[in-house]
Unconditional design. Sequence first.
Length: 434
Amino acid sequence: MKATVNPVDQHVVTLTIEVPAAEVDKGIKQAVKRIANQVNIPGFRKGHAPRRVLEMNFGKEAILEEAFDVLASQNYSAALRENDIVPVSDPETERVQFEEGKDLIFKVTVTKRPEVKLGDYKGLEATKQDATVTDEQIEEQLNNIREQQAKMVVAEEGATIQKDDFAVIDFAGSVDGKPFDGGEGKSYPLQIGSGSFIPGFEDQLIGAKAGDDVTVKVTFPEDYFVAELAGKEAEFKTHIHDIKRKELPELNDEFAKEASSYETIEELKNDLRAKMEEEASRRAIDTYNADLIQAAVKNATVDIPEVMINDRVEQMIQELAMNMEGRGLKLDDYLKFSNKTIEDLRTEYKDSAAENVRADLVLDAIATAEGIEVTPDDMNREIFIMAQNFGADPKEVWDIIAKEGRVAMLAGSVARKKAARFIIDNAKGAEAAE
């Protein structure tokens, strides 16, 4: 096999591959064997039908097509290895010459993985965030717990609606005097100031009392997710049944007993402080580590092929679709609710996709430069972590990855994690994340 590489542009190359006639003959014989093993021919054991019988049943072209697939696959892979090319796009194949008894000549055009020019990635510095937890933060967390433990009580007679109150309302909306789908509700608990209704709706209820009837006039936003209502003026006949307010418990020992397993408010505060300090420390370390890795990525030079960015965008969209399915929604429903198109999503994801690809390429280059290897123990640890996250058996996770042909992909991910660890461990005043 002989392969000649001709650059098309900075990222795309065309390989002209020549296979000797003798190898072509072997490929044809291999194709005959493969077809014979796949079909049942009366009078012959499976896998033993001769070529002439197969040609009578399926035609000579079927055998040559199979032979070309065999030869092209084998020799394309060999040409990539020989020329140290890692493809990042699907190959476009062109036959130049393919006849029995002659050399096979074909061309393959492919986008190659870009070269990364590493900058500094050892001895980097990053700012360590302050992980101190203040008394004010403790109080804020206690107030959050109070909010969770709050009881809803009916406001005193004659009370008027204020911000943060819950108004229990009936409402019936109309546009141009006609009702519309979704414009009616009964005994709906609307929190004033939540912004959950059309802009301006909640403000017009402030000052009203239980039993009042209020006509609310609003204009639907121009980007409202229901296109028929976008920009339209609407009127809502609204009746206020009740006004309810949150009654927060006092911060005392009784509150601590009801809200936690502690006997006193001081014990609860101490527990909150310990947990918040641990979380703050973890966030500080994560941010510090991420900043070091980002610095190493920023210091490198790499021109990313558009196809790699587009592929990552599609991967991100697939992940979003899977997340939506996990919530019982379809991607189309999400797009409609968000008033976006799939092209809007692609545009929105493009910058992030480019950053992700760039980081992966740089970490791969560092792993290569430092001779970082992925051991069986590394793979087993990663499989174990994945199994824990999915609540599955590690062997089942491994079997799925192997069946889907994603072992090399997983190994690449592990290598990048080890490269990231290398950057962190070799930073100035290295502070490793546990």
